[in-house]
Design a binder for this molecule. Structure first.
Ligand SMILES: [Zn+2]
Ligand SMILES: [Zn+2]
Length: 325
């Protein structure tokens, strides 16, 4: 199965975490976290349509100004999603500049603040000098985006402050078994698209006309098989609490790729607790319990730069360990 989306980690794990996701055949790109993005070319930055900010600590948000500057002349809007406080952070960042000369520019930003009980929304448009225009809030939902064959989910973690973790999952694929069609003497045609939709939606009452004959859904079993879609998860800056670990395993469940911090070594667990970060061992455990395919480390304390392999070793020892926690 061909990949639907492609990941690129922009910085080394000792620098600000930033991951870009591009989509096959689609003019959109997602950016996870908005720390130092000087490693992105202007060409790459211009592709970004959605930004998912875990929290506004400086190493996760300092790239905001740079991105706005790159996109000022772009017609396509930018969608920004972040935790409690993102609307204020965007408003304050934009408020630090003078915008009297941008009113002819097309750039628009739509910002969504994801809280446990509600999603707050506001727009910031160049034509309005980037003043904040509040929109109606929407009900809280784990699924932030669910369209075009993908679902982006957000989960609120504790990092001393609310922090978002994200997963991006492609819908499962329904594949038609050509040999099974032939065995039943069914001619392929446009009815197969409707059949797939009925399967996806569990519409067992549907009846299909194939070659002039009527076939109720129950007579068409065994014609299709389902394959899982691609999935990635992005989790960083979360306290090493049982509740966070449980939620992280759930968010990353079955991901092909998990982008995760390994901020401290296990020997520094007390420091990890005090600074609200995971240890390498706990990150490996999350990956193992979630059954992920692979891990990319995105955020390691610079103090371990000389012992990078030790950090990686601790993660993978736990990831590949047999048995229960
Ligand atoms: Zn951080
Ligand atoms: Zn942080």
């Amino acid at each position: 199965m061909k990949s639907t989306f492609f990941f690129k980690q922009i910085n080394s794990p000792f620098h600000d975490p930033v991951v870009m996701v591009r989509f096959r055949r689609e003019k959109k790109a997602f950016l996870f976290d908005l720390g130092d993005i000087s490693g992105l070319s202007v060409r790459q930055a211009l592709k970004i349509t959605h930004v998912f900010v875990t929290h506004m600590h400086v190493d996760h948000f300092i790239g905001f100004d740079r991105l706005v500057r790159c996109l000022l002349n772009r017609a396509a809007p930018l969608h920004v999603f972040g935790p409690e406080g993102i609307l204020k952070a965007v408003q304050n960042s934009l408020g630090g500049f003078t915008w009297n000369l941008v009113r002819d520019y097309p750039f628009r930003m739509e910002v969504c603040e994801i809280r446990a009980d509600v999603h707050l929304r506001a727009g910031f448009y160049a034509t309005e000098g980037f003043s904040r225009i509040d929109h109606a809030p929407s009900p809280a939902s784990e699924k932030v985006i669910s369209t075009g064959g993908i679902t982006l989910s957000a989960c609120i973690f504790d990092h001393g402050i609310p922090v978002l973790g994200f997963s991006l999952a492609e819908d499962s694929h329904i594949n038609i078994d050509g040999a099974a069609l032939e065995r039943k003497g069914l001619v392929p045609g446009p009815w197969l698209a409707a059949y797939k939709t009925a399967l996806r939606e569990g519409r067992s009452e549907r009846v299909f006309t194939v070659g002039g004959r009527q076939y109720p859904m129950e007579n068409l079993s065994g014609l299709a098989f389902v394959t899982k879609g691609q999935k990635m998860a992005y989790i960083t800056d979360i306290s090493p609490t049982d509740e966070n670990l449980r939620a992280a395993v759930e968010l990353a469940e079955g991901a092909d790729m998990l982008f995760i911090e390994a901020y401290f070594l296990d020997e520094d667990i007390e420091r990890a607790r005090a600074r609200n970060h995971l240890t390498a061992k706990l990150s490996g455990r999350i990956a193992r319990l979630a059954g992920v395919g692979d891990i990319a480390l995105i955020h390691i304390s610079p103090k371990y730069a000389a012992v990078h392999e030790q950090v990686v070793g601790e993660v993978f020892k736990e990831f590949t360990a047999k048995g229960n926690p």
